[in-house]
Design a protein around this ligand. Structure first.
Ligand code: GLY
Length: 373
């Protein structure tokens, strides 16, 4: 691994542009999720939580450059998602991850009325998953009626957007109630987070914490921390309530303090047997970096600068040590992501959400001012 150099955000954006052109040529109608050793992205089903990330990258590139090829490739994704939503499907709380980088940003950038309608439709679907007794948004489907997960923090932005777009405050009431549940049950005193909390869906009483994609119920799944830090920063941005800002800082401080020397996190910060030989999760690093940039913008100096510098250190290492820049036909941008280590799924691969948050964070460093989340 090479040492960390200062990050030249404009130069990295140029490299990203070259990659996006490779990706546009390769992707077609594919909904990319994982690329392994072949360097080819798979084609995941459209109701899987990751289907918004590739079009989201295209909308960011369109917003920054104004180049029509990005808009053309991104244009029909919200329509495709909606078509599936009107048939048997497995959409869940992750409609935020899916409709914010497609319908909502398309509406923001183009004023397309159909895109606005689709984003509001998805927000209604998300709001309908709220459990009144437990004050949480239900995560998944099937018999998991009481399962709530830390990742939902990122999907709250769809509700805050819908509240402001429609003028109906119920959307933000639900988002804030869920955010309060995150403060009460998910974010620990030390700034680490639980992945899953199982509530009794009838009484709303907490039943147990579950390890989920982390190493165990008491471990510290790094991507979960990234979701919490970014989600809490966003919740502060939308509400102005300091408790969310404090929570974002608590998680950020834990995250930064536990980074290894090269600044890219292991998949979990607290593995009982130790971190030696454990895989990294570049996607957790990219997502946290983008969240840290958001947090930095919400704080006065010099506090903000500390988080901005931490983000730049992570992004610098991702660029220097984890990129596919020397593999011009590789369809992904980052290597060494970890999807679900306990299940043995997607370990040491490229993940589309790692690519998305890397692109988003570099766009922010280049002055991109719209927001998707
Ligand atoms: N939201 C699912 C994951 O982070 O893997």
């Amino acid at each position: 691994m090479s040492g960390l150099k200062g990050l030249n955000a404009a130069a990295v954006w140029e490299q990203i542009g070259l990659k996006l052109d490779v990706m546009i040529a390769a992707m077609g109608e594919k909904s990319p999720h994982v690329a392994g050793a072949t360097g080819k992205y798979d084609d995941m089903r459209l109701d899987w939580w990751t289907s918004g990330f590739w079009p989201g990258m295209l909308w960011i590139a369109y917003d920054i450059t104004g180049a029509e090829r990005y808009k053309k490739a991104a244009w029909n994704w919200d329509e495709r998602l909606e078509k599936l939503m009107l048939q048997a499907n497995n959409f869940d709380h992750d409609v935020g991850f899916q409709f914010l980088p497609t319908a909502a940003i398309k509406y923001k950038l183009t004023g397309d009325a159909e895109a606005r309608r689709r984003a509001l439709y998805a927000a209604n679907f998300l709001a309908g998953r709220f459990n009144l007794r437990g004050k949480f948004i239900r995560a998944w489907n099937g018999d998991k009626h009481g399962w709530s997960i830390v990742d939902t923090g990122m999907n709250l932005s769809l509700l805050f957007w819908a509240a402001s777009e429609s003028g109906d405050p119920r959307f933000s009431h639900i988002a804030q109630e869920h955010a309060n549940t995150m403060l009460n049950y998910f974010i620990r005193e030390d700034g680490s987070v639980h992945h899953i909390i199982d509530f009794d869906p009838v009484t709303g009483e907490i039943a147990e914490a579950i390890g989920g994609q982390g190493a165990g119920p008491d471990s510290a799944w790094s991507r979960g921390a990234a979701w919490a830090l970014y989600g809490m920063a966003n919740t502060f941005r939308y509400t102005g309530e300091p408790k969310y800002l404090q929570a974002a800082q608590r998680v950020a401080n834990f995250f930064i303090a536990h980074l290894p020397e090269d600044q890219v996190p292991h998949w979990d910060f607290r593995v009982e047997t130790g971190l030696e030989g454990e895989p990294r999760d570049s996607s957790a690093g990219a997502c946290a970096a983008s969240g840290l940039l958001e947090l930095a913008d919400l704080l006065r100096e010099p506090e903000g600068r500390c988080y901005r510098m931490a983000a730049e250190r992570i992004l610098g290492s991702l660029y220097e040590n984890y990129g596919t820049w020397d593999l011009p036909t590789h369809e992904a941008i980052l290597l060494q992501g970890t999807g679900h280590k306990p299940a043995g799924q997607n370990v040491n691969v490229s993940l589309i959400y790692g690519d998305y948050f890397f692109v988003e964070a570099i766009a922010k460093l280049n002055g991109w001012s719209h927001r998707i989340f």
